[in-house]
Design a protein around this ligand. Structure first.
Ligand SMILES: [Zn+2]
Length: 360
């Protein structure tokens, strides 16, 4: 993760903290000092904020370790000023699994709340009569307990893709297809997000940022779920191109430019001794032209380590592999026979066709 500080790892999951997090600490330090708080009180505020973010990390581990129980790995956990994020390698599709993974985070906060509340009540600290409870060593536990209760409640707001929204989607998925459940949860999430943004404009700018994240996140997940459901049950063989243009590896770039302008193709197969040798995309042609000239050989600008995929790989998986490896095109093989190519445009067209067929 860029611009992040590595904090450590637990159960194979690395934890990072984003640099912007330091802005929060600086902001708290200066606002505390400016409002006339003593250095000790300021220190307590900082300790409190750090404790809460530790609780946020534990919350994320709740998600990550529950996912791990279902065989889903977590790439890392990153701490941002607006909250934590456990980057699961994939989301559980089984509604029951999704339900538990989503609930596990807020449950961690509930447990922390209960443990700290019990400690407070057993220790007999008298807090009731104080109107304004100052943040101190003795009241820190109370602050942490209340903050965890707020965290649990806030995360359970059914604003998809927040935890509560995921719980809602999982519950709906028990009764209806996942795509429909996602669309409903996404709609509710976006409506609540607009509410967050409007409230935030008047009261708290952080709420605006959270609202925007929820709105865009909901949209992205609805689209993603819809696309994946349309790709389900198909393999690369259903979508690949068997008609494509080839270019000799030692031809000048000008030949590629001519082919690019002359037809619809945006990806070309570069061949050497009649065998596929690499791929050449429109972007690579333009880049080559920008940095060099049209007389250099195609080999110099082509991708000579192309992605190779199997003909019978599920289309969903191919789509994901191409996206994560940032490859817009792949060479398709059946055992060792080269058969054709698959590019992202291909997959988009396939999705459009399936969408029209299914009436989604
Ligand atoms: Zn969560």
């Amino acid at each position: 993760m860029k611009f992040s500080l590595y904090l450590g790892r637990y159960s194979g999951i690395k934890v990072f903290i984003h640099w912007t997090f330091s802005l929060i600490l600086i902001w708290i330090f200066f606002t505390s000092m400016r409002s006339g708080l003593s250095l000790i009180d300021t220190a307590w505020s900082l300790i409190f904020v750090l404790s809460i973010f530790l609780c946020v990390i534990l919350h994320e581990f709740g998600h990550a370790l529950t996912a791990k129980k279902y065989g889903i790995q977590t790439k890392d956990i990153i701490l941002l000023p607006i909250g934590g994020l456990a980057r699961l390698e994939k989301l559980p599709e089984d509604p029951k699994q999704e339900l538990w993974v989503a609930l596990a985070g807020p449950l961690v906060n509930v447990v922390i709340f209960l443990v700290f509340s019990t400690i407070i009540s057993l220790s007999g600290i008298q807090l009731v009569e104080m109107e304004y409870i100052q943040l101190r060593g003795s009241t820190l536990l109370l602050y942490i307990a209340s903050a965890n209760l707020i965290l649990a409640i806030f995360n359970m707001i059914p604003a998809f893709p927040m935890d509560g929204g995921r719980v809602l989607r999982a519950l709906l998925s028990l009764k209806m297809p996942r795509v429909k459940a996602t669309a409903i949860a996404g709609g509710i999430g976006q409506a609540l997000a607009i509410g967050f943004i409007l409230t935030g404009i008047f009261y708290n700018p952080i709420l605006v940022i959270i609202g925007i994240f929820i709105f865009l996140g909901a949209q992205a997940e609805v689209t993603h779920t819809k696309q994946n459901s349309l790709l389900k049950g198909f393999t690369i063989s259903d979508a690949m191109m068997t008609r494509f243009q080839v270019l000799p590896f030692d031809a000048p770039l000008s030949k590629a430019i001519k082919n690019l302008l002359d037809g619809q193709a945006t990806h070309f197969v570069v061949v050497k001794d009649d065998q596929p040798y690499g791929t050449l995309s429109r972007e690579e042609i333009i880049k080559g032209l920008n940095e060099q000239n049209e007389h250099i050989s195609i080999e110099k600008v082509a991708n000579l380590h192309p992605l190779k995929l199997d003909l019978y790989l599920p289309l969903e998986k191919a789509f994901k592999t191409m996206a994560t490896q940032k490859n817009k095109v792949a060479l398709i093989y059946e055992q060792n026979h080269f058969l054709g190519i698959l590019d992202q445009e291909n997959i988009s067209e396939f999705i459009m066709v399936q969408k029209a067929k299914s009436g989604l």
